[in-house]
Design a protein around this ligand. Sequence first.
Ligand SMILES: *[C@@H]1O[C@H](CO)[C@@H](O)[C@H](O)[C@H]1NC(C)=O
Ligand SMILES: *[C@@H]1O[C@H](CO)[C@@H](O)[C@H](O)[C@H]1NC(C)=O
Ligand SMILES: *[C@@H]1O[C@H](CO)[C@@H](O)[C@H](O)[C@H]1NC(C)=O
Length: 215
Amino acid sequence: MAENGGEKVYAAATANPYGRVDEELASVAQREERRKKRMKYVAYGAAFVVFQTAVILVFSLVVMKVRTPKFRVRSATFQDFKAATLPTNSSFTTQMFAELSVKNPNFGRYKYQDSTVESFYQNYKVGEAAIPKGKASFKSTKKFAVPVDLSSTNVPGDVLGSELSQHAWIPLTSRATLNGKVRLMLIFTKKKSTNMSCTMNLNTSSKQLQDLECV
Ligand SMILES: *[C@@H]1O[C@H](CO)[C@@H](O)[C@H](O)[C@H]1NC(C)=O
Ligand SMILES: *[C@@H]1O[C@H](CO)[C@@H](O)[C@H](O)[C@H]1NC(C)=O
Ligand SMILES: *[C@@H]1O[C@H](CO)[C@@H](O)[C@H](O)[C@H]1NC(C)=O
């Protein structure tokens, strides 16, 4: 029995004289397999790093970037417009209802403090109004209206007179600064101020706003 078994083993060992070569081939194949696996892991790792970097880049460039909100006059209407148009002594008074907007492009709300909007004819101040504090939620535009009493009391009568003898409109500018804070990820806050600077014409015959432009 034992001899038979020994013979069998012997026979098996001699049946394939290339056993060592096979073993070597097998280990080469294994090593190749392992190398391939390693390469796969390296590739996965690299892809992950690239992915993470992209995520962080997008996050810091898009989400965490603090942009300046846009503060502007959207429209305005005028009531009780009164004007004296003597070339040497012109004047006007009117009540402007201005619709303003604060456009917040940030991924977080913008909260601003009380402020003031001022209106000018040339460099003469013709009106001012209070802007109550408020907030514009993330990626949205807050709109509100303010009444502004306009009067040319500070404008020399002949300056306005020469303007109105040339055309039937009064060029006006509105300026304001909002100071506030942008909140990101519910915890980080960053101070951000924004300026309004709008030019417009008050058409004295239609008594309407024209050519409104904000920068
Ligand atoms: C200009 O007109 C106003 C009334 O519209 C008058 O009160 C004022 O005295 C005038 N001024 C001049 C310099 O004529
Ligand atoms: C707003 O205007 C003031 C001067 O009037 C300037 O110092 C400031 O930098 C401006 N802010 C922005 C955000 O443009
Ligand atoms: C002012 O309004 C009148 C009446 O609507 C119009 O005929 C005129 O063209 C306007 N002026 C300007 C400068 O557009």
